[in-house]
Ligand binder design. Sequence first.
Ligand code: A2P
Length: 342
Amino acid sequence: MTYTIAVAGATGAVGREMLQTLYERKFPVDKIYALASSKSPGRQVSFGDDQRIDVQTIENFDFSNVDFSFFSAGGSVSEKYAPLAGRSGALVIDNSSAFRMKENVPLIVPEVNHYDMKGCLSENGGMNIIANPNCSTAQLVMALSPLHREFNISRVVVSTYQAVSGAGKEAMDELFNQTKKVYVNDPLEKNVFTKEISFNVIPHIDIFMDDGFTKEEVKMRDETKKILDDNIEVVAHCVRVPVFVGHSEAVFIECQNPMDEDVARDVLSETEGVIIIDHRADEGYITPKEAAGEDGVYISRIRVDNSVPSGLVFWCVSDNLRKGAALNAVQIAELAISQGIR
Ligand code: A2P
């Protein structure tokens, strides 16, 4: 069986990765449509090594023959077109935050909560939407899930070091151009980030909320609870760093069951999609540069935190465009096929 696919946001950082991931994983594609804004018709995007797809505008696109529709064109595009696509019969896998916290929209990381797919879908008013979590949340819950099963996590403190690609292709261009201009002493242009991102770090991702947290930090808290367990307390501090691809996180967990570092290593190493690189020596840990282009969620610097009764600290790195976005979305589609939803 093969499927008709639409990728909304196909010219963007995640959309291109989506096409690449579908191709690499040999997703059973019959026909594939690349959708973007009204400024992109006339452009083409690559699918695999030798196929070029014409880009169409999403406006007036007929979703009725589409089996899977991947959305990564921002929240407002998803809000407008995703329910339309879903009601036309496509299964929508939405990478924006628009539907993630809606009660009857499943929020899925296949390795963690594959069992949440079916039930909710039948109740979400025919919208046929499955939400893909925020990139920082996806890699976090991959690491937390086995540790929670073993140690019963009560609290998570997480500091992030997030790559600019999480803010899209213009953000990547801004880092590139600012970095170049610093060397030739040209004035720097700032359009995407609030402060210079080259040779700097910015403790601000997404908008500020009334309580002083940013929306990115709130998303990490709420999505982790929805995917994993509402009883886990989560506090996040999110920082943008001048890295093109690959989000890093320093994660501190407090648990109700006694901590055992060897057991923690064992349960993490047995988890599908999680890879431990932790040699306590020069080069014995992962950096985002090495995780870029890879599918795994990498864990390094695992150690017991003796400042609390049962604590563990670790470093977690993953390619934000892959497990944080495109790969997870394609895995959801594969899960939908294997569960008979499509
Ligand atoms: P376009 O290239 O035509 O602007 P990124 O996250 O890398 O910034 O990419 C955003 C993606 O979302 C791009 O593919 C962009 O297309 C698409 N997009 C942005 N605004 C719209 C819109 N109003 N309708 C459809 N697609 C949009």
